[in-house]
Design a protein around this ligand. Sequence first.
Ligand SMILES: [Zn+2]
Ligand SMILES: [Zn+2]
Length: 405
Amino acid sequence: MSDADAPQPGAPPDGPRVVSTGGDRSDGIVRCERCGASEASLNVATGMLRCGFCRYEWRTENALVTFDLDGAIGELSGVVVGSGTADVTADPSVTLRCTACGADVVIDTTAGVQARCHWCRHTLSLTEQVPNGAVPDMLLPFRVPKADAVTRVAEFVGKRTFFAHPRFRAEFTPENVMGVYLPYMVVDVNAHARVAGEGEHQTRSYTVQVRNSEGETRSERRYDADVYDVRRAFDVHVDDLTVESSAERLDRDTERTSNNVINTILPFDVENGVRYDPRYLQGFTSERRDVDVDALRGAVHQQVGDIARWRADETIDHYDRGVRWDSTDVDVHGERWVSAYLPVWLYSYLEEKKDGSTLLHYVAVNGRTGETMGSIPLNKGRLALVAGVVEAFALVAAVVLWVLM
Ligand SMILES: [Zn+2]
Ligand SMILES: [Zn+2]
């Protein structure tokens, strides 16, 4: 019997196995190992934390390795979760006691996880995993420096200037790009999939002469095919699926927001995530997770089904006339959930429309790979003009083709 099957003390019989990622740290002052200062931040160039006073730099542990959350997916059984994935139930504001002077300082975790003690000016950090979604299991530090992000945003918009709304063009200031840690769930799934459908394999093709009612003959191509019931059953191991876990980001209403661009800058190298340390957030903002595992599970299992169909498609070469999959069944044997902050540079722009409504646009830069995608407010007039030209071209092309026939 493996660890994963063993009943955990205090856990409900069928509940998830919780891996504690919070450690023994308590909230308050997190000090430099060398000089004891409470201020440190990420040095993007090295990926290490750097003390604000003595400049000492150190690397923090790889999260998945440290917490043994990267074991073989084929051996996963039941539900394993990092303690940072706990359901969000608590009040987002948290009171921290300054361990230097004893003052109580309230942090609003919707705005950040650090505050300065207003008496002794020490930096206080929230490191304990209060179930308010602000402290994840792990974090992937920024690797793309701000200057690089500014260049990429400027290039992205530059290529689209012609179609951009004049007001957007006038107000465009790429230097306003902001580094944000967005909340994600990183999910591994061990499943068995069964897909079934109907496939056709061509056996013969030939030409016949057919005569119509007026007695004219013409040739017609005919195909013979065998029809098969096609079934595939196999194990699926899904590694590091990343799922957004902010209700606002999951909002796919394109009337109000162009959020879905965030998904187009995936993937992130989540295997390099480090153990959560609030000092990585210094100088960046972060968005609190407000969606729980149970709310995301259905969408994750559906993605596993999609992946299973893609893999099944790789095995159907024999059916040269195609396969239509009619059913996909996925039995999930094990799943592992880890909450993470992933780094994104965001340039946002709120478009105010003539009817008074607003639409939020983003240009997003993956804080690890530099992959850039976005949406910009469009100049409808120019777009219509170009669409008109394209149509005219299509018309000309059709006429030319017709003449050539
Ligand atoms: Zn120091
Ligand atoms: Zn204090």
